[in-house]
Design a protein around this ligand. Structure first.
Ligand code: COA
Length: 143
């Protein structure tokens, strides 16, 4: 697998991965502005023409606000999420970012474990943010 820069040709496969991963998935059209936004940093893990994973953040001053992280369901549990997160952190460092943040549903244990392994810490909670049911944990990492 190699990491490519986000291009329009990736979007339909990314939207398919979103649909299998989330109850409120990003659609293809929601990703379109990200392709040419100079403050958006995305990496897309591809094998041949197949999209395996992707992740991205928006640079706001010296902070990275992570928007998406997902691995195709058939490829999970093989270390790809870890590889993707390392790549995002490396890109953030290159962009002179000092802090990274994301939101995660409080029952998304695989994602929370992944982030904790990289040193992310819960610094805030948005009560009943998802579906008026699940809390959103706001996690931060100082890099
Ligand atoms: C979260 C996600 C990106 C992890 O990707 P992955 O490729 O399966 O993760 P990896 O195989 O690299 O595992 C990395 C770490 O994540 C954690 N993890 C992954 N799967 C896990 C599981 N089923 N249960 C508990 N922890 C898990 C572990 O800490 C693991 O490290 P370890 O193997 O050293 O214990 C993936 O599950 C996914 O795409 N989920 C759907 C989308 C999503 O929820 N994105 C996050 C939104 S905030």
């Amino acid at each position: 697998m190699r990491f490519d820069r986000l291009e329009f040709k990736h979007l339909s496969q990314m939207a398919a991965i979103e649909r299998e991963a989330f109850e409120m998935p990003w659609t293809e059209s929601m990703f379109i502005p990200e392709v040419e936004d100079p403050s958006a940093y995305y990496v897309v893990g591809v094998r041949g023409e197949e999209v395996i994973c992707y992740g991205g953040f928006h640079k706001v001053l010296d902070e990275a606000h992570i928007t998406n992280i997902a691995v195709k369901s058939t490829e999970r549990g093989k270390g790809i999420g870890k590889f993707l997160m390392s790549e995002l952190i490396a890109r953030a460092k290159m962009a002179d970012i000092t802090r990274m943040t994301l939101e995660v549903r409080d029952n998304n244990i695989p994602a929370i474990k992944l982030y904790e392994n990289f040193g992310f810490k819960v610094e805030g909670v948005r009560k009943k943010y998802y579906d008026n049911k699940y809390d959103a944990l706001i996690m931060w990492l100082t890099i």
